[in-house]
Write a protein that binds this ligand. Structure first.
Ligand SMILES: NC(=O)c1ccc[n+]([C@@H]2O[C@H](COP(=O)([O-])OP(=O)(O)OC[C@H]3O[C@@H](n4cnc5c(N)ncnc54)[C@H](OP(=O)(O)O)[C@@H]3O)[C@@H](O)[C@H]2O)c1
Length: 238
């Protein structure tokens, strides 16, 4: 049985991915802070879901990850999906701190552990949900866009490291545009994907060992545009 751990699987994209992997008969370790939502997933797939309830900002990440890996009896795929973001228009330190602790500190601690684990195993796959928002700075949520840029750059670094090690360790950077969850904030949203469609595209990209996947696929176009927009235009919208 293949084994996956999804960090941040209580709701939205992570929950849908957990259901999808469980339905395909993977053994799925799911995490998040909301115990009752983890329990309901477990009740829906009693033979396939194992839960571990913890907060990625609380300092017990590695202990919990090790414990969950032990319960699963190994690990083939880690998906870091936990994320936090709020508009910080007046540059609120609490928002920026929580964003960084969740999207940067939690991410790097767990992905670093998983990469080293996979080096010892000589195989594995890590996926992380960053965002299209990480392509450029954003005045509405500066820490959110910066944290997602950190994730993407770190994943790229690990991709090169795995290639240099000549090991079949795969890295997939998931970059959603808008997906219909409570994380999708702000006016003027467009090309909003359903959670089901997003999860299916992510599942397929991971299966195909893609390095970067835009969700949905047509957000590739926005990604390319964002890279090219000169600052005198970008600063009107960013
Ligand atoms: N929706 C979009 O339009 C969109 C666009 C780009 C990127 N993303 C990214 O996609 C990922 C999934 O978000 P979503 O849209 O599915 O929203 P969501 O339903 O709010 O899911 C967020 C997940 O992160 C977990 N999480 C948040 N803070 C946590 C913490 N301190 N410790 C442990 N887990 C934590 C939540 O679990 P608990 O609350 O139970 O802890 C939940 O399972 C995020 O990384 C987000 O940044 C979303």
């Amino acid at each position: 049985m293949n084994k996956v751990i999804i960090i941040g699987a209580t709701s939205g994209i992570g929950r849908e991915l957990a259901k999808m992997y469980a339905a395909k008969n993977w053994l799925v370790g799911v995490t998040g802070r909301r115990r009752e939502l983890l329990d309901s997933l477990q009740q829906d797939f009693p033979d396939n879901i194992i839960t571990e309830c913890f907060d990625v900002t609380s300092g017990e990440n590695i202990e919990c990850l090790k414990h969950l890996t032990q319960l699963l009896g190994g690990l083939d795929l880690l998906i870091y999906n936990s994320g936090y973001g709020e508009p910080s228009e007046t540059l609120n330190w609490e928002i920026d701190k929580n964003t960084t602790q969740t999207n940067v500190n939690g991410f790097v601690e767990m992905v670093n552990f998983a990469f080293n684990y996979f080096v010892l195993e000589r195989k594995g796959h890590i996926a992380a949900t960053s965002s299209i928002a990480g392509i450029r700075g954003n005045s509405f949520a500066p820490a959110y866009s910066a944290s997602k840029a950190y994730m993407s750059i770190y994943m790229e670094g690990l991709y090169i490291k795995a290639a240099r090690l000549k090991l079949p360790i795969y890295l997939t950077d998931i970059q959603p545009g808008f997906v219909k969850t409570k994380m999708a904030k702000g006016n003027g949203q467009f090309w909003v994907s359903s959670v089901e469609k997003a999860a299916l595209e992510i599942y397929t990209a991971i299966k195909n060992k893609k390095r970067i996947v835009y969700i949905t696929k047509r957000w590739w176009l926005i990604a390319k545009l964002m890279h090219c927009l000169p600052m005198f235009i970008y600063k009107r919208i960013g």
